[in-house]
Design a protein around this ligand. Structure first.
Ligand code: FAD
Ligand code: SF4
Ligand code: SF4
Length: 494
């Protein structure tokens, strides 16, 4: 419902929270956006026109009740705004920070479509829940009735954590197993601190623990405990293991020293940020300091790598992408942030080979295009043009013959996307069906797999996707598991 505080989009300009100066923020791993002051958040929320059919809401994977919490914020009723916001989203302050809003809620805001600049939905969502934390409104789960049934969740990323939260609210006993030493999945070890500071994730993990979720960390399912043992211990199991197999390059010297995987590079950087000992960083392998860095890829992972390298003190950072700026998968907002920080984008370019110092002759190292390169010295860059559209409708890159050149590099980071590991094989599990892409086959809305009592959510089902989709899956799976367990209990009691 519109009030006099709303519909201000004609008189009030869109304003994002202030961004820290590029030179200053390139020196550290803190978030780059500052928080709105209360008056500014209310003013920006008041730009919303309270659409009868809110396209922002229908394009939010969680169908957040955006118009309502914008109105409550504009009216200064922040505690109510928080309760509305958290009723559909397990981690609103995280989504407010890292959802690609330009492709989801904000990209579909009608006032954006009418040329007035979108309502800053993500920044306001973050502001509401950050305020809730400061004010002590965010409380650990305390279920009204405890239930005896237990659920084992494999993977403590956003999919597993969102399911854990919903299941605890229903009173189930929940244990989460993760092979890492900290929970959070890619929110902890993939996404860098300048997009999502780590204490934001850690306080969520602690809240779940305070609410009775048991975490079994440093536990690699398939090695430290078998999948069958987990099934035997719990009444239902949820697989939320994400996708971690890196797509590779099929070019000369693809395995040369100094060529690293994005996930290893980012995990090491995040661990260093936590103050952990990271031998591969300490010996320089995963440290960009002083190096000429080339990152290969045009997605969000590539954007995180280039900006991390800048912060580590790289001499130069270049990002190679085989299509052009308009056809890249990464967020345009992130490209702009990266450019401001000093990253150079080399569009329509692909690596043809890595060249470098030849094994055993390091002393007289010559830069030569031969096999058995021990340490990379340059990337042979092939220039591309965009040709006819492929089956997906995107223009395919075509090689321009004879336009190759060598770009010097001491560190090359491959950010070419992720694929699922072969879980049935790794876990020796018969009967767990996978798709032809290797992702787990699960029902679209219940997330039930081919094994009775086993569910799957997040990237391991969708392929590399987004935090907000993993949260949605986790919440939906919790509902389906409740139906499964309470239905079963009824049958047993009859
Ligand atoms: P994950 O977050 O991958 O969590 C899976 C967990 O399972 C991990 O903790 C892992 O240790 C654990 N695990 C795996 N195998 C086992 C096993 N055998 N035993 C025990 N534990 C296991 N999305 C956004 O929305 N916004 C962004 O800005 C964004 N940036 C990204 C940046 C990078 C560098 C990457 C790689 C991804 C980014 N994403 C982003 C995508 C997002 O992080 C994922 O879509 C999301 O985390 C998937 O959640 P998940 O719960 O399915 O899996
Ligand atoms: Fe937008 Fe993401 Fe928040 Fe939904 S969860 S409103 S898509 S920022
Ligand atoms: Fe408000 Fe934009 Fe959503 Fe309409 S689409 S309700 S203007 S935020």
């Amino acid at each position: 419902m519109a009030t006099q505080k709303m519909l201000k989009f004609v008189s009030t300009e869109r304003e994002m929270p202030a961004k820290r100066d590029a030179a200053e923020r390139s020196e550290d791993f803190h978030e780059i956006y500052q928080e709105y002051a209360a008056a500014k958040a209310a003013e920006q929320a008041g730009r919303c026109s309270q659409c009868g059919v809110p396209y922002c809401q229908s394009h939010c994977p969680l169908h957040n009740n955006i118009p309502d919490w914008l109105r409550l914020t504009a009216e200064g009723r922040l505690e109510e705004a928080y309760h509305v916001s958290q009723s559909t989203n397990t981690f609103p302050e995280i989504c407010g920070r890292i959802c690609p809003q330009d492709r989801l809620c904000e990209g579909n805001c009608v006032i954006e479509q009418s040329g007035h600049g979108t309502v800053t939905i993500g920044a306001i969502e973050k502001y509401i829940t950050d305020t809730a934390w400061e004010e002590g409104w965010v409380k650990a789960v305390s279920p009204r009735h405890e239930r005896t049934e237990s659920i084992g969740i494999i993977g403590a990323g956003p999919g597993g954590l969102a399911a854990a939260d919903s299941l605890r609210r229903k009173g189930f006993q929940v244990t989460i197993y993760d092979r890492y030493d900290r929970a959070g999945g890619l929110m902890t070890y993939g996404i860098p601190g300048f997009k999502l500071e780590k204490d934001i994730v850690l306080r969520r993990n602690k809240l779940l623990e305070d609410g009775g979720v048991e975490f079994v960390l440093n536990c690699n399912v398939g090695e430290d405990i078998s999948f069958d043992a987990i099934r035997g211990k719990h009444d239902a199991v949820l697989i939320a293991t994400g996708v971690y197999k890196t797509r590779d390059l099929d070019i000369d010297n693809a395995e040369a020293g100094g060529v690293v995987r994005a996930i290893d590079y980012l995990t090491a950087s995040n661990k260093v940020d936590f103050g952990d000992d990271v031998p591969d960083f300490a010996d320089g392998e995963l440290d960009a300091n002083g190096k000429r860095v080339v990152v290969i890829g045009g997605g969000d992972t590539a954007m995180d790598c280039v900006r991390t390298a800048i912060r580590q003190g790289a001499q130069s950072v270049k990002c190679l992408y085989r299509r052009d700026r308009t056809n890249m998968p990464g967020s345009q907002r992130e490209v702009q942030n990266a450019e401001e920080e000093g990253v150079e984008f080399v569009w329509l370019s692909a690596p043809g080979a890595f060249t470098g110092h030849v094994t055993g002759v390091a002393a007289e190292a010559q830069e030569r295009d031969v096999d058995d390169v021990a340490q990379i010295a340059s990337v042979r860059i092939q220039k591309m043009r965009l040709g006819a559209p492929d089956v997906s409708g995107r223009q395919s890159p075509e090689l321009i013959e004879g336009a190759d050149y060598d770009e010097p590099a001491e560190l090359v980071i491959k950010a070419l996307g992720f694929e699922p590991e072969d879980l049935p094989k790794l876990w020796g599990t018969d009967g767990l069906d996978v798709t032809r892409w290797g992702t787990i086959k699960a029902d679209f809305s219940t997330h039930r797999t081919s094994l009775p009592g086993v569910y799957a959510v997040g990237d391991i089902v969708r392929g590399a996707s987004l935090v907000v989709w993993a949260i949605r899956d986790g919440r939906e799976a919790a509902d389906a598991i409740e139906t499964f367990l309470t239905g079963e209990a009824r049958v047993a009691a009859e």
